[in-house]
Design a protein around this ligand. Structure first.
Ligand code: NAD
Length: 250
């Protein structure tokens, strides 16, 4: 399929994990893709595996980093058709364990990044009649204990998606993808049991109604669907990709 032939796409946090899988899928479908990592060095490293992508480095937890990343993509491509706000961090912590520093780091990486990358890309996305996909989480739909700041940030990402969808219509569609656990550096570290990452991931498989977790390819496919013309009448949605984990008890 070449649904995105010649379209210009920016994927924040595209250097590894879900963002790298999204980048590969867009490249396969003919898009021109800019990948963002925190630094020029981390972005350059990732491009070895993501041939054909261009670099758009910048720490998107800051306004300056968002503007640098979007600016690099606009300079390279002359415009943007799709923005995927994927960059994010995970921190474990109860309410009592959540420091001001942890709260700010998580909210800045997971929410502020969406707002300010979108703000920088908006004029171009409006003229392209483009699309935004925000990678939120199952944790934006359900409340979970001991991940206070992360759950708050992903809930904010979901409702920010809805707010922007209303504000940018009819020019730009905005949707969120809400994945359950997908195996990446983030989930391996985040769910490790006494340092045992394999055991942590095994337990995550057991925790889902389908007795398995999602794959990188499934997350990428759902993201491309939301960005594509096939989803042309889907706007402001928060699409769960969690094997049914948020729809009931099992
Ligand atoms: P990961 O840690 O493997 O990759 C995250 C990427 O974001 C990396 O490229 C990292 O460098 C980048 N990043 C983080 N902060 C950044 C910043 N300030 N500036 C620039 N880049 C930054 O994580 P992942 O699992 O691939 O997660 C990607 C997204 O999917 C995140 O928003 C995460 O919350 C979300 N998510 C992941 C899972 C999961 O189980 N893996 C589930 C639900 C949602």
């Amino acid at each position: 399929m070449t649904r995105f032939a010649n379209k210009a796409v920016l994927v924040t946090g595209g250097t590894r994990g879900i963002g790298a899988a999204i980048t590969k899928a867009f490249l396969t479908e003919g898009a021109r893709v800019a990948i963002n990592g925190r630094t020029s060095a981390s972005t350059a490293d990732a491009m070895v595996d993501l041939k054909g992508a261009i670099a758009a480095p910048g720490d998107v937890s800051t306004v300056a980093g968002c503007e640098a990343a979007v600016g690099a993509a606009l300079t390279a491509f002359g415009g943007l058709d799709v923005l995927v706000n994927n960059a994010g961090i995970f921190e474990r912590g109860t309410v009592e364990e959540t420091s001001e520093e942890m709260w700010d780091a998580v909210m800045n990486a997971n929410v502020k990044s969406i707002l300010f990358c979108t703000r920088a890309a908006l004029p171009s996305l409006r003229s392209a009649k483009g699309a935004i996909v925000n990678i939120a989480s199952e944790s934006g739909l359900n409340g979970y204990p001991e991940t206070t700041a992360y759950c708050a940030s992903k809930g904010a990402a979901v409702n920010l998606t809805r707010s922007m969808a209303m504000e940018f219509a009819p020019d730009v569609r905005v949707n969120a993808l809400c994945p359950g656990v997908v195996e990446t550096d983030m989930s391996r570290a985040g769910f490790a049991v006494n340092g045992d990452e394999a055991e942590g991931i095994r337990r995550q498989h057991d925790a889902y109604p389908l007795k398995r977790i999602g794959t990188l390819e499934q997350a990428a496919a759902a993201t491309l669907f939301l960005a594509s013309d096939e989803a042309g009448f889907i706007n402001g949605a928060a699409l769960p990709m969690e094997g049914g984990a948020t729809v009931g008890k099992w």
